[in-house]
Design a binder for this molecule. Structure first.
Ligand code: ZN
Length: 269
């Protein structure tokens, strides 16, 4: 076999491995949005990973144990977790408040929530906090972390196939570097990166329903995002770097509002 033909072999293997990884990964259907996606981790693996990260975050943070901020966060969390229905039933929800000037909040896979005190002046009301928390909880119940793990596994397979092929083939070094850079650009699915647009839309949709079902006016989600986009002055808050509040998000939320308002009226206390 000449070198050129041999170079095809890793590609063929990579395609086979890619196909196997993709087809053998289980499907998950989001009960709120109906969206079906493939995942790269089991729910038990997600829960274990989430718990581990939660402990790591809290170990180095100043955890607020009591006081009005904690009371409010717990109250909102309790109402929201009860509203996650089927998707959140197996979760062992837990929430911590961290003293920090960072305007940030997140929910780890499996339901471990962290709220930074720096976001409270922007959330302002309980409904504003419910908008943030509902959105973050929806990332977890929608299993976006497990979907990203699969994406990164698939990207690795592509990278390995391309690299072995280029190593074997007779491509000139310059061309080779360009191809590698292109493939590498598709392999940027790190855990700390912002969620994709699809995942953001889905978290917006499910989060809005959680909030409405929990008895918080979903219209306040729109005012929260408006406040968020104008907050921070020169330096945008942490939350903004992973959740850009473009006009498109506000417009999309407005589209989703009628269904959420209906849900809110039905669950009004
Ligand atoms: Zn998000």
């Amino acid at each position: 076999m000449d070198r050129q033909k041999m170079a095809i072999l890793p590609v063929v293997i990579a395609v086979l491995v890619f196909g196997f990884q993709y087809c053998s990964s289980p499907k998950f259907k989001n009960p709120e949005t109906g969206r079906v996606a493939r995942v790269g981790m089991s729910e038990a693996q997600e829960a274990a990973l989430g718990l581990q990260s939660y402990r790591e975050v809290l170990r180095t943070a100043e955890v607020v144990r009591s006081g009005p901020e904690v009371d409010m966060v717990l109250r909102v969390a309790n109402r929201l977790t009860a509203a996650t229905g089927e998707a959140g039933r197996k979760f062992e929800w837990q929430v911590s408040v961290v003293r920090s000037p960072q305007a940030n909040a997140f929910c780890l896979p499996g339901g471990k929530i962290v709220i930074y005190t720096g976001i409270l002046p922007i959330t302002k009301t309980e409904a504003g906090l419910a908008a943030v928390m509902g959105h973050e909880m929806a990332h977890a119940t929608s299993r976006h972390g497990a979907q990203r793990v699969l994406q990164s596994q698939l990207a690795n397979t592509v990278m390995m196939g391309a690299q072995s092929s280029l190593a074997l083939g007779d491509m000139d070094p310059q061309k080779r570097q360009a191809v590698l850079a292109a493939v590498g650009a598709g392999a940027k699915f790190g855990v700390l990166l912002p969620f994709s647009r699809d995942h953001e839309s889905e978290a917006d949709e499910a989060g809005l329903l959680y909030m409405a079902r929990a008895g918080y006016d979903p219209r306040e989600a729109v005012t929260f995002w408006e406040r968020m986009s104008s907050a921070g002055g020169g330096q945008p808050p942490e939350f903004m770097s992973t959740h850009p509040s473009h006009g498109t998000r506000i417009a999309r939320l407005q589209q989703l509002l009628p269904r959420a308002v209906q849900e809110y009226e039905r669950n009004r206390r």
